[in-house]
Design a protein around this ligand. Structure first.
Ligand SMILES: C[S@@+](CC[C@H](N)C(=O)[O-])C[C@H]1O[C@@H](n2cnc3c(N)ncnc32)[C@H](O)[C@@H]1O
Length: 312
C-alpha cells in the first residue's frame, strides 16, 4: 500500500519535458517512470478525451498511489513493470508503432528516499534493501553479503566514481565477517570510517549508496533495454524525452540519440547519400538543464539533463 506520508515528489523539468514531447491531443503516450504522476498529470492535461497514457513503474507503491490518485481518469493505464519491458507493455495495448511520445525521468523518487524502510537512504536507518521493486531480485544486504571485494570495488568506482572504492570494498568484506550488514546506518558508518577524505557538502556515504542502488536495480541495463526498444514503439514523428541524473545515463542517452540521428556506419571515404545513411531519429534542440531557480528550490534537480529526439 502507498503510505500517505511518503507521497511528496517534486517533478524535475516538468514544463520543459512535457513541452518537449510536443503533445498531439489525440495521441498515445508512455510515462515510463510514473513515480507520483507529476509528469503524467501534465501530459493528461494536454490530451483530449481520445488521447491515452500508459504509466509504468516497477515500484508497487508508485502504482498503488496512482490507482488511487487517478481513479477517475479513464485515459490512464497503469502497469507495475520495469521499463525494460516497454515493447511488451505497449504491444499489450495494441499501440506498437503508434506511440507519439515516451518520457523517462530516471532514478529514484523522493518517496523512495524518504521512507527509511525502503533502505535507499544513508540519512534514515532501515533495512538495507534498495530495490525499487521489493518483490524481485536481491536486496543490497543480500548482494553485499555475497559479492566479491573486486566486484564491490568495481561497482563503487564505476557507478559512484568513488575514489576510495578499494578501501571501502575491503572494509565491507571485513565487517561482514563480524556481522551481516543489514541496515543502512551500519553501511553508512562502514563507508564513512573507510573514507579518509570527506568531500565538502557531501555525506561520505553518498557515492557508495548511489553506486549500490544502481547495481541492485540494474539501472544502466534497464536504460539500455528501453533505448533498444523505443524505435519499435514510436510512430514516425513520435518523441523520446529522457531526464538523466547520472553522467553514465546521460552519456548513454546522448550516444543513442546521436547514433540514431547519424544513421548506419559506412567505411570512411565512401560516397553515401543522406538517404543511404538511413537516419532513424532527429535531435530536437540541445540538452536542457534546470534553471537556477529550480536548482535552488529542488536540490534533486541539480544534476538533471533532459535530451529529446524524434523518430523520422
Ligand atoms: C524520478 S522518479 C519519477 C517521478 C515522476 N516523473 C513524477 O513526476 O512523479 C523515478 C520513478 O521511476 C521508477 N523507475 C526507475 N527505474 C525504473 C525502471 N527501470 N522501470 C520502471 N520504473 C522505474 C522509480 O520506481 C520511480 O518511481
Amino acid at each position: 500500500m502507498a503510505q500517505a506520508e511518503f507521497n511528496e515528489h517534486q517533478s524535475v523539468l516538468l514544463s520543459e519535458s512535457v513541452a518537449a514531447l510536443n503533445i498531439q491531443p489525440d495521441g498515445f503516450y508512455v510515462d515510463a517512470t510514473f513515480g507520483r504522476g507529476g509528469h503524467s498529470r501534465e501530459i493528461l492535461a494536454v490530451l483530449s478525451s481520445n488521447g491515452r497514457l500508459l504509466g509504468l513503474d516497477r515500484d508497487a507503491q508508485a502504482i498503488a498511489f496512482g490507482r488511487e490518485a487517478f481513479r477517475d481518469e479513464p485515459r490512464l493505464h497503469l502497469v507495475q513493470a520495469p521499463f525494460a519491458e516497454l515493447a511488451e507493455q505497449v504491444n499489450d495495448l495494441g499501440w506498437s508503432g503508434k506511440v507519439m511520445g515516451v518520457l523517462a525521468d530516471l532514478g529514484v523518487s523522493s518517496p523512495q528516499l524518504d521512507d527509511g524502510q525502503r533502505g535507499f537512504s544513508f540519512r534514515r536507518d532501515g533495512p538495507l534493501d534498495m530495490r525499487m521493486d521489493s518483490s524481485s531480485g536481491v536486496s543490497a544486504a543480500q548482494w553485499l553479503a555475497k559479492a566479491k571485494a573486486a566486484e564491490i570495488e568495481r561497482v563503487l568506482k564505476e557507478y559512484g566514481e568513488e575514489r576510495f572504492a578499494r578501501r571501502i570494498a575491503q572494509a565491507i568484506v571485513r565487517e561482514r565477517e563480524v556481522a551481516p550488514i543489514s541496515t543502512t546506518a551500519r553501511l553508512a558508518k562502514i563507508v564513512a570510517d573507510a573514507n579518509p577524505r570527506w568531500e565538502k557538502d557531501k555525506d561520505p556515504a553518498t557515492r557508495a549508496f548511489q553506486a549500490i542502488r544502481i547495481e541492485i536495480n540494474q539501472e544502466l541495463q534497464q536504460l539500455q533495454q528501453l533505448l533498444a526498444q523505443v524505435l519499435t514503439v514510436l510512430a514516425p514523428g513520435g518523441r523520446l524525452a529522457v531526464i538523466s541524473f547520472h553522467s553514465l545515463e546521460d552519456r548513454m542517452v546522448k550516444r543513442f540519440m546521436r547514433d540514431q540521428a547519424r544513421g548506419d556506419d559506412f567505411p570512411a571515404g565512401l560516397p553515401v547519400t543522406q538517404a543511404q545513411l538511413n537516419p532513424r531519429m532527429r535531435l530536437v534542440g540541445k540538452a536542457i538543464r534546470p534553471g537556477e531557480r529550480e536548482q535552488a528550490e529542488n536540490p534533486r534537480a541539480r544534476s538533471a539533463v533532459l535530451r529529446v529526439a524524434e523518430k523520422l
